[in-house]
Design a protein. Structure first.
Length: 65
């Protein structure tokens, strides 16, 4: 599923194709479940994108990590 998020740092919008469902996104948006529990098959970069909108490239640019 193509997920669109706005970076909390740059305010730029980015898309990432992720193996998630609309239902999972809804559950996470409710704020009652931990992101790793809702999306157990995603890696840390993918979960960070859902949570903050920060892409791996932007993370590297910002923090050098």
């Amino acid at each position: 599923m193509l997920v669109r998020r706005q970076s909390m740092f740059s305010k730029k919008y980015s898309n990432m194709d992720l193996p998630v469902t609309e239902k999972q996104l809804e559950i996470y948006a409710e704020g009652k479940e931990h992101i790793q529990d809702v999306f157990p098959d995603l890696n840390a970069d993918q979960r960070e994108f859902i949570k903050t909108g920060i892409t791996p490239a932007e993370w590297l640019e910002l923090f050098g990590i």
